[in-house]
Every structure is written in C-alpha cells, then in structure tokens.
Design a protein around this ligand. Structure first.
Ligand code: 6PG
Length: 237
C-alpha cells in the first residue's frame, strides 16, 4: 500500500483480529480522552461487513460509554430492522455489553422522501457537539466511502468543503437503495479519522485511488488527496 505521507498514516496488521484489537484500542483511547477533556465523546461509524469484528471488540471497551454518542457515517434508506440497515448492524454488534450504555443517534429513514430524511437527520444531529471525536470510514471496491458513491446525484454537494450541509441524501448506481450520508466537511473535521479496509482487493483499490485525482470516479480520493486532516489507514490481508 502507498507509504505514509503527511496525510496518510498506515497501520498494517498481520490479520483481521489483530487489526480489530488495535483499532478498537485506539478508538477507546480517543473516546476516553475526549470524555476526560470535555465530559463527552462522539463517534461516527460506517456500516457494511468489514466493521463487525471491530464492533465486537470495541463494545467491550472499559470506558464511560454513557458519555458517548454513537452516530452512523451513512445509512441505507430502508426499515430499521432490515438486514440492509446500518443501524441494525450497530444495535446488534456495537451496542452490546458495556457499550449498551452509549447514546445512539441513527439517521431518520422513515419520512416520505430521502431529502426529508436528510433534513430531519441533520436536525437530530444538531444536538451532537462537533467536531466528532472519532470517525471510522470504510471503502467499497468501486472507491466509494461513506455514501459518496461514484457519480452520485448529490456527490458535489456532499464533497463541498464550503458547504453548510451536515447530511445529504444520495442516489447512485451501485448504492442500492437511496442513502443518507454525513458530508465531507463533517468527516474531515473529526479529531481522529480512520479508514478501515481489509483484503488484497481493497489494497489495490486504495493504491489506485491514491494514484489518481478524479474524485467523482473514486470519491474516497476526497479523503485521501487532502492535506488538512490526518487519515489513519488500518489494513489487514
Ligand atoms: C455502507 C457503508 C459503506 C461501507 C463500504 C464498505 O453503508 O455500505 O457505510 O461506506 O463502508 O460499502 O462496505 P464493506 O465493509 O461491506 O466492504
């Protein structure tokens, strides 16, 4: 994978269990530090399949989870109990054990239109102090991250660093159902930003993303090809 530079900090692990243990420890330390510093902490996590092992380890962390607010980086607009719902994944794998005490603030997905869900979600998140203390991104093999999908209908708005929106709805080929996503300014403002990817295929996608500049073709580039925010890249085979 691309070597470290001023923005990208690589954390390679020999296997996925070791990565989950290492990343969970790092996240727990950041959350505990935020709690001791300002009495509360916030984390936004991604869905999909990669984070399951991480969530199982992180849920057992011995921190003041009752001071932690858990958000999603993005969500599929589907019923909360759908097996496609990221909120279901978080409820079933992260909000367990000690982490049961955390405050969970999922996106609103029950209103009539994606844009109405986005607007209501932004209202719900208004009470969560920003910047986020931790944000954990994944990456698809098409080079999407969050719900910044290639050529998504609101991708420019989601990536607009001068924009004021915290949440946008997104429709795109390859996204399946319409999505809701935190915007790039919110994610790049996080005090600790991690990109969690696993496997040789995603290693190749990551290197391809690093080698190019077209963010609409590979939106993860908007995270990788910037210099304002350190990005901690966690990878295992
Ligand atoms: C989602 C995620 C998304 C995810 C990538 C990778 O809702 O799908 O938030 O951005 O991180 O699609 O998903 P996998 O971990 O399943 O490969």
């Amino acid at each position: 994978m691309k070597a470290d530079n001023g923005t990208l900090h690589r954390h390679d692990y020999p296997d996925r269990e070791a990565l989950a243990t290492g990343l969970a420890a790092g996240i727990a330390a950041k959350l505990a530090g935020a709690i001791s510093e300002h009495g509360q902490a916030s984390i936004a996590v991604s869905g999909g399949s990669t984070p399951k092992r991480l969530f199982a380890v992180l849920s057992q962390a011995d921190i003041a989870w009752d001071r932690v607010t858990v958000l999603l980086v993005d969500e599929r607009i589907c019923p909360p109990d759908s097996d496609r719902a990221n909120q279901r994944l978080v409820r079933e794998t992260l909000l367990k054990g000690p982490a049961t005490a955390a405050h969970f603030a999922p996106f609103e997905t029950g209103l009539a239109t994606p844009d109405e869900n986005a607007a209501r979600s932004a209202e719900l998140f208004a009470g969560v102090p920003l910047p986020l203390d931790v944000a954990v991104l994944g990456m698809g093999t098409d080079g999407h991250t969050a719900s910044f999908f290639p050529h998504g209908d609101k991708l420019s708005e989601a990536l607009d660093m001068e924009g004021q929106r915290k949440v946008v709805a997104m429709k795109a080929d390859g996204a399946g159902e319409p999505r809701l996503t935190l915007t790039l300014p919110v994610l790049l403002d996080a005090r600790f930003l991690a990109l969690h990817i696993e496997g040789e295929e995603k290693r190749g996608v990551f290197d391809t993303a690093c080698a190019g500049a077209d963010t609409h073709a590979m939106p993860v580039r908007a995270v990788l090809n910037q210099s304002g925010t350190p990005v901690h890249v966690f990878w295992a085979p």
